[in-house]
Design a protein around this ligand. Structure first.
Ligand code: AMP
Ligand code: MG
Length: 350
């Protein structure tokens, strides 16, 4: 059932969550598919509807910091880790930041893929917060899309992909940030980013100092990272191929994309207008006067926030038009550009 987001529908959706239902709801990053984290039957339905493998842990969404007490085992954290947590809690939360922390035994293994840690996020979205507060206060919610496919940034994306399998879809318009949260591991000796996302490395480092540079390794395209230990913290579910459109995607540096010859049946996804103009010079005969049907630009003036918020929307649009391939330009490798490139790389590894 697709419902507009308002006070009444939030209350109905909250009561649905309390009764073990599953609800898709908007957040500032992408739409989530929520279930009460303490209800394992509801959690199992989330995995089933998404066709998500059970080893891929869910992010638990909270609406106040005090809920951390019900989820996190502080006794398993050293003083430095607690200091970092406090600092981030006071600065970047609520926001598009997910923290990996040692879990209390009460948090079901199903929610954490059997790991000893739990992923927690405090979203910055009034509708999401009201829903969480009025339900059980801790809502496990992966992105509301079939496993491996593009994340939804509008309620229509959820309705098209998961439709009747979900009890309620709350329509809160387009997600403001448009890429998923940054996943930051605070459970290991040195904090490290497991997934670049809506908060940049630079912003995090400004509050807690230098982050460990090592990114988790992905042994094979389709093979999940299964091993995990606190010392060498890997992130299951971070596959080489993910967030992928059905259409084959080639990710190219600006120079290479600008030399790519025009093909009528392909889509071109430029980072900004400057790159598009360069490419046009190399393709003087491209029939571009008819509205640039197969040309897509992430942000005309190259603004990284704007580009991130358009990324999944443009890819959904391109995928629906069934081009034979997508040629996409790599974004500048800084700030939100890292999250954009991470998603495009994963999309290109299909
Ligand atoms: P999604 O909710 O679909 O954006 O995906 C959440 C991602 O967060 C998972 O695929 C994992 O990579 C990561 N994650 C969640 N829980 C943990 C955890 N306990 N340890 C490491 N990574 C996690
Ligand atoms: Mg996801």
């Amino acid at each position: 059932m697709l419902l507009p987001l308002n006070d009444d529908t939030i209350m109905s959706a909250a009561s649905c969550l309390c009764k073990g239902g599953i609800v898709a709801f908007p957040t500032e990053t992408v739409y989530g598919l929520g279930a009460d984290v303490f209800n394992t039957t509801a959690l199992a339905r989330v995995f089933e509807v998404k066709r998500r493998p059970y080893f891929d842990p869910l992010i638990v969404h909270i609406a106040e910091l005090s809920t951390l007490m019900r989820l996190v085992d502080y006794t398993a954290m050293d003083a430095e880790a607690i200091r970092r947590l406090k600092k981030l809690a006071n600065t970047l939360m609520p926001g598009p930041l997910t923290l990996i922390l040692p879990k209390l035994p009460e948090v079901p293994d199903l929610a954490t893929g059997g790991l000893k840690t739990v992923a927690v996020r405090f979203p910055k979205h009034s509708g999401a917060l009201a829903l969480i507060k009025n339900s059980t206060g801790a809502v496990a919610a992966p992105s509301a899309n079939p496993f491996g496919y593009l994340s939804p940034t509008r309620a229509e994306h959820v309705a098209e992909q998961l439709g009747n399998d979900v009890d309620i879809i709350l329509d809160g318009g387009t997600s403001e940030i448009g890429v998923e949260s940054t996943v930051l591991d605070l459970s290991s000796h040195l904090p490290r980013i497991l997934r670049p996302g809506g908060v940049s490395r630079e912003e995090i480092e400004a509050f807690i100092g230098k982050l460990d540079d090592v990114r988790p390794e992905h042994p094979h395209t389709e093979e999940p990272v299964r091993s995990f230990n606190i010392g060498q913290c890997l992130s299951p579910g971070q596959l080489k191929s993910h967030y992928a459109p059905r259409t084959k995607l080639f990710l190219l540096d600006t120079d290479f994309l600008c030399k790519e010859a025009y093909k009528r049946n392909c889509a071109y996804l430029f980072f900004n207008t400057v790159s598009f103009d360069l490419w046009k010079k190399n393709n003087p005969r491209a029939p571009l006067n008819g509205g640039h049907r197969n040309i897509f630009i992430l942000s005309h003036n190259g603004d990284l926030r704007d580009a991130a918020s358009n990324l999944f929307e443009k890819l959904h649009c391109i995928d629906a038009a069934a081009y034979s391939a997508i040629y996409a330009e790599r974004a500048p490798d800084k700030g939100l550009g890292r999250a954009i490139n991470d998603r495009l790389e994963k999309a290109s590894n299909k």
